[in-house]
Design a protein around this ligand. Structure first.
Ligand code: GLP
Length: 251
């Protein structure tokens, strides 16, 4: 596989977690190769954020080369509370413009948690179950170890629900709101840790030094709500695709 020639600077605690280390510019292609197994009609769990952008671009290239993606069904991890799907900063807009439209996936096969206060997390869980569960779940990792918007303190049993965002997360994401922290919502609806872990296969993508402390702790540290990504150690099939910086010890 492209990129797998690089040696991993760490060994994950979990025997069911594989780490594929590759150059930053290869992450998208390598991860897309893993995710493409969900075509032509599987259920794909999609993350937003910067980390998986190259993965989606690579999937779109694979489609141009003949991969059938139009029959995929998509479930997003999370959404900000208070942002309408028409807001360009919403994850609904991201999923539509970055993933679904370029992959030819019709709107009826795309689900994003509702960003409205009082939205029903249980209904989202039922929709995933009715689709047969998620075949491949893409996740990024927050600098504080969050997956989806499961901030530190989220435990293994959490399901889709509204959460309050950490200040550090709001600051990290302010770049998507023209750097204006006051515009970053304070709450989000997110799949829970248990929801994410119920996917049959998980592909985590990460790049850059900023992710290294959280990613290293998730892979080699104790399983703890202090680092929700550490719960991935309990999953039977996780592949981490990361560049060397994201796995390096702090320097
Ligand atoms: C965001 C999202 C997560 C994402 C993470 C990392 O806040 N809610 O789903 O994985 O934080 O984002 P990025 O890839 O932009 O660093």
């Amino acid at each position: 596989m492209t990129g797998s020639a690089l040696a991993s600077p760490l060994t994950p605690v979990s025997p069911t977690t594989r780490v594929v280390v590759c150059a930053t510019h290869e992450i998208g292609e390598v991860a897309a190769g893993l995710v493409a197994t969900v075509a032509p009609d599987g259920v794909l769990g999609v993350a937003t954020g910067s980390s998986p952008l190259a993965l989606y671009a690579a999937l779109i290239r694979l489609r141009a080369e003949g991969l059938a993606t139009e029959g995929l069904r998509l479930f997003a991890l999370d959404e900000y509370v208070g942002l309408d799907a028409s807001d360009p900063a919403s994850y609904a807009a991201y999923v539509r413009s970055v993933i679904a439209d370029p992959l030819g996936i019709p709107v009826r096969h795309v689900r994003v948690p509702s960003g409205y206060t009082g939205a029903d997390g249980a209904a989202y869980e039922r929709a995933i179950a009715e689709a047969g569960g998620v075949d491949v779940q893409i996740v990024g990792i927050g600098r504080n170890g969050h997956i989806g918007f499961n901030e530190p303190g989220s435990d293994a049993e959490t399901r889709t629900r509204v959460v309050e965002l950490d200040e550090s997360t709001r600051r990290a994401n302010a770049e998507h709101f023209d750097g204006d922290l006051s515009r970053v919502p304070t709450h989000a609806m997110t799949q829970g840790v248990a929801t994410i872990l119920s996917a049959r296969r998980i592909v985590l993508v990460a790049a850059g030094h900023a992710k290294a402390p959280a990613l290293r702790a998730a892979l080699t540290g104790p399983i703890t709500p202090d680092n929700p990504a550490s719960f991935l150690q309990r999953h039977p099939d996780v592949t981490v695709v990361a560049d060397p910086d994201a796995l390096q010890e702090d320097r």
